[in-house]
Design a protein around this ligand. Structure first.
Ligand code: ADE
Ligand code: ZN
Length: 331
């Protein structure tokens, strides 16, 4: 099965670039930027990666990102991710970045976007991986802060395919951002939102009805509400599911309890993604292998998951058809 998984063409639709920051690169960048980090070694950093919930993780994730200062840092972060997933036969990525994590520390928006953008262009030439970029707002901050970020992004709107919503979910429902998402949609951007990771099914309903999402990130808790499942299936929306993230953030107790097979059985378009691979112990290939080991998934299920990753992307219909044909050709 591992060989079958390795050669499946894949798209990754739920990846936070700051969450792909491996401790070795964090040390290298901290050293060249002369920034202190409160650890002695990469092994010590990894040992600190034990989380009881989303907030535990976010506190460490934002601290790690604070060594990123210069355009080259954002370039190196993005390039390292693409290089790593090329080995998983990833053909297309749609990646998040959190500008507010950096602009709040005084790093100019242009520094962040220029470094990431250059690495994505070079990555396509070097690894043949196509990409789209998603600007994600931090939901623990006020909507005015999201509007301020959206204003800073205006000169670069042609570099984004979508806006997203991430960070601490509970207490920050999607409707808090109704106005800024309406503005993004009016500017021609797609909408994706983290919903139903820790938050209740009501938050997923709001993501659908108030923010009018094109895709749902996580969505696990949708399964608690059969009417919601019916609605997501009817609308043909994709869920970007992140199994190892769910395990590490205690969204599921054990991968044998993971709902991804049930999602497929219910007719939901589920996909497999890594979320924050440097923190959760695995890239997209590792996530496929972990669920294949824990759940009674067939080869046909794995093919469906890989095909869903292209079907649920923001590629053109023509590009989707080409990639999906390549997935089925492996079966
Ligand atoms: N930021 C990075 N990873 C996240 C996740 N899994 N949920 C919410 N915000 C995040
Ligand atoms: Zn996420």
């Amino acid at each position: 099965m591992d060989h079958f998984i390795a050669q499946l063409p894949k798209a990754e639709l739920h990846l936070h670039l700051e969450g792909s920051f491996e401790p070795e690169l964090m040390f290298a960048i901290a050293r060249r930027n002369k920034v202190d980090i409160p650890y002695q070694s990469a092994a010590e950093v990894r040992a600190a990666y034990r989380f009881a919930n989303l907030q535990d993780f976010l506190d460490i994730y934002y601290a790690g990102a604070s060594v990123l200062l210069h355009e080259q840092d954002f370039y190196d972060l993005t390039h390292a991710y693409l290089k790593r997933v090329a080995a998983d036969n990833v053909r297309h990525v749609e990646v998040f970045f959190d500008p507010q994590t950096h602009t709040s520390r005084g790093v100019p928006f242009a520094t962040v976007i220029d470094g990431i953008w250059r690495a994505l262009q070079d990555g396509e030439a070097e690894f043949g991986i196509t990409s789209k970029l998603i600007l994600s707002f931090l939901r623990h901050l006020p909507e005015e802060a999201a509007f301020e970020t959206f204003k800073q992004a205006e000169p670069y709107l042609d570099r984004f395919v979508a806006v997203g919503l991430d960070s601490s979910e509970v207490g920050h429902p999607p409707a808090k951002f109704a106005n800024v998402f309406a503005a993004a949609r009016a500017a021609g951007l797609k909408i994706v939102v983290h919903a139903g990771e820790e938050g209740p099914p009501d938050y997923v309903w709001e993501a659908l009805d108030v923010l009018k999402v094109d895709r749902i990130d996580h969505g696990n808790r949708s399964l608690e509400d059969p009417k919601l499942v019916e609605r997501i299936v009817k609308d043909g929306l994709t869920l970007t599911v992140c199994p190892l993230s769910n395990l590490k953030l205690c969204v599921v107790e054990d991968l044998t309890q993971h709902p991804i097979k049930r999602m497929l059985e219910l007719g939901l378009r589920a996909t497999v993604n890594s979320d924050d691979p440097a923190f959760f112990g695995g890239y997209v290939g590792d996530n496929f292998r972990a669920i294949a080991a824990a759940l009674p998934l067939t080869r046909a299920d794995l093919v469906t998951l890989a095909a869903n990753s292209f079907a649920g992307s923001f590629l053109s219909d023509e590009e989707k058809t080409k990639h999906i044909a390549a997935v089925y050709a492996t079966y």
